[in-house]
Design a protein around this ligand. Structure first.
Ligand code: MG
Length: 296
């Protein structure tokens, strides 16, 4: 994927920080969920237009041979944030991914890049999907992030039928049938979350975070919910692509990247910010036209 690296970027940040003439760079990792290699314009998609990512690839570095640490969400994210094979942190168990009822999570003893950068004076934020545990010690605020806004796990977990009596949320079952909570700094603020607005709201949060922390180094882990099934896009994107709701969802992610890049320029920090875009794993092929493609 565009600027897809796992550990090399950690090395880049360290080298940059040690350069006498350079201020510590801001770091943004934009992580898509289950995005196929061939689902971006800059990787040859003939049906999904991604002008902002294409521009980023043209102005930066586009990697074409990269291996995520795992083929599913949880271990891939554990490796991304810790720089260790997921089997070493216990995040590569029998079920492969964590579920809402799972007892385990990323151990508190694991050192994440957020913890390392925060110790260096960085403001740190997690926005989007977490999927590294819901128990104390493994949550975003326990793992080096100063703030967190997003979903605790995949957007297809916790069906509506599991809704406990008296739980908050709409009285009308959502069309998607899921009961996924939106969590802000450890508190459930919406349940079931309106998934069609997630990408837009993540983006607004990210833009605000950039503006609020432009005077000091910041690290933003922007882990999008999409294009993981079930697929959603906002009204501005739904029905607009040539690749169904999957393409609409990816187009909105592309828009989101464009918003972040514009915010960096507007706040005057574009030249001192490393922006990475990659996916946690490849396409969910069994989902058919909602699962992305391997290649074009
Ligand atoms: Mg995934």
């Amino acid at each position: 994927m565009v600027l897809a690296m796992k550990f090399c970027w950690l090395l880049l940040v360290c080298l940059w920080c040690q350069a006498a003439t350079a201020a510590c760079p801001n770091v943004i990792i934009v992580l898509a969920d289950d995005l196929g290699y061939g689902d971006l314009g800059c990787y040859g998609s003939p049906v999904i237009a991604t002008p902002y990512l294409d521009q980023m690839a043209a102005e930066g570095v586009r990697f074409t041979d990269f291996y995520a640490a795992a083929e599913v969400c949880t271990p891939s994210r554990a490796a991304l944030l810790t720089g260790r094979y997921a089997i070493r942190s216990g995040m590569c168990g029998g079920s492969r991914v964590l579920f809402p009822e799972s007892k385990g999570g990323l151990p508190a003893a694991e050192i994440t890049v957020a913890e390392v950068l925060r110790a260096q004076g960085y403001a740190t934020a997690h926005i989007g999907k977490w999927h590294l545990g819901t128990q104390e010690g493994s949550r975003p605020l326990d793992q080096g992030f100063g703030t967190s806004y997003g979903l605790p796990y995949s957007n297809d977990m916790e069906a509506r039928s599991d809704l406990p009596k008296g739980a908050t949320g709409s009285a009308t079952p959502p069309a998607d049938g899921w009961n996924v909570p939106l969590i802000h700094d450890g508190k459930v603020i919406e349940r079931p979350v309106d998934q069609s607005t997630l990408t837009r709201r993540y983006t607004e949060r990210a833009v605000d975070f950039i503006a609020a922390h432009k005077e000091k180094p910041f690290f933003l882990f922007m882990a999008h919910t999409f294009p993981h099934v079930p697929m959603f896009a906002s009204v501005d994107f739904k029905g607009k692509s040539r690749a169904g709701i999957y393409g609409d969802s990816v187009a909105e992610l592309d828009w989101s990247v464009g918003q972040l890049m514009a915010a960096l320029r507007r706040e005057g920090v574009a030249e001192n910010t490393l922006v990475f875009f990659t996916s946690d794993n490849g396409p969910w092929l069994v989902m058919g036209d909602q699962g992305g493609v391997l290649d074009c």
